[in-house]
Design a protein around this ligand. Structure first.
Ligand code: MTE
Ligand code: MO
Length: 329
């Protein structure tokens, strides 16, 4: 089993221009001679013990760091990644708790093995995958993405995962398929928040248009900082959709269903006025109770300006040319 490791070019922040950074994302360096078995992946430390033996195979315009996941890991726009401590101790995961500081203290007994993900609905080849299938059938890549929560905070997270498009292509969507519905696990005996059936309709469900789900940016996430994904971040499988508010990135996915009609979703059902179907990051459309024009990066003191589509406009704006984003928020 081979995990091809795609390393992000590490570029000094002084050299960053959005233009050339955007281009660099399209020209990942696929380094020869670097492959990891699942064991090696699990064994490597947060400070990245996975140094390439040689990066001479890469004839790159930008230098490649030998420390893909260490101090100074940057996202494609040049922002530094948050620390593993920040990413794993401040979490939105309502199945466990509505308190972001408490989630990580409540996940200890939650089992993520065995785990299967069923992909069904309007597909030619419905299939149930176990996690090893997902980790080995689809090359795992490393992507450093921004995560902007609808509540007004953000992080930069080094994920490991596979393009969702590869999974969707494998099951062969029919011509009638227009949406993709993602269902999170239902396990009230292990997830205390799921016993609150008055505030929420469990399980957690999110959905995308099929063309959004096929975007190169949409990632099925299996790892964080080069290690298996922690439970509090959505183990064993979650989404990362960096141009959308965090609530679209469902955690602990057990079922993926292709549909003709737009599915109902957890937050839209709970409060349609506050949480639309699209959830695209948009500084120009306020949440009814707060402005979305700025955000606080976890670890920073000052707030920063929120960017349209969270900075990924160039990659995703074409998906929305026929949509009024003020109405379809
Ligand atoms: N199943 C499930 N998925 C979920 C959530 C949740 O409560 N349950 N919260 C969402 C929200 S609001 C955010 S901001 C992100 C947070 O991901 P993180 O804890 O890894 O930062 O997960 C999203 N996915
Ligand atoms: Mo969120």
């Amino acid at each position: 089993m081979q995990h091809h490791r795609r390393l992000w070019p590490q570029i000094a922040s002084s050299e960053i221009t959005p233009e050339h950074v955007y281009r660099s994302r399209r020209t990942f360096l696929k380094l020869a001679g670097i492959s990891l078995g699942a064991g090696a992946l699990a064994a490597c430390g947060a400070q990245a013990a996975t140094q390439p033996q040689s990066n001479t195979a890469a004839s790159a315009t930008a230098p490649v760091s030998s420390l893909p996941y260490g101090v100074g890991t940057l996202d494609e726009l040049g922002d530094a990644a948050n620390s593993v401590e920040q990413i794993t101790t401040y979490n939105n995961y309502y199945e466990f708790s509505t308190s972001k500081d408490d989630v990580h203290t409540l996940v200890g007994a939650f089992k993520t093995e065995p785990w299967t993900v069923t992909v069904d609905g309007l597909v030619g080849k419905p299939q149930t995958f176990d996690m090893d299938d997902l980790r080995t059938s689809f090359d795992q890549e490393e992507r450093v993405y921004r995560l902007r929560c609808v509540e007004g905070w953000s992080m930069v997270v080094p994920w490991t995962g596979f393009p969702l498009a590869k999974l969707l292509r494998a099951v062969e969507p029919t011509a009638a398929a227009k949406y993709v519905r993602f269902e999170s696990v239902m396990r009230p005996e292990a997830m205390p928040g799921q016993n609150d059936i008055f505030s929420f309709q469990w399980p957690y469900v999110e959905a995308l248009r099929l063309d959004e789900a096929m975007s190169d940016l949409a990632l099925g996430v299996t790892g964080l900082y080069g290690k298996p994904l922690p439970v509090q971040n959505g183990a064993p499988l979650r989404l990362a959709l960096p141009w959308k508010y965090g609530f679209k990135s469902a955690k602990a996915i057990v079922k993926i269903t292709l549909t003709a009609e737009q599915p109902t979703t957890f937050w839209n059902t709970a409060n349609a006025r506050e949480y639309g179907f699209y959830g695209n990051v948009n500084p120009d459309v306020s949440h009814p109770r707060w402005s979305q024009s700025s955000e606080r990066r976890i670890g920073d003191m000052a707030r920063r300006r929120t960017l349209k589509f969270n900075g990924y406009e160039r990659s995703v704006a074409a998906l929305y040319t026929n949509l009024d984003l003020a109405v379809n928020y």
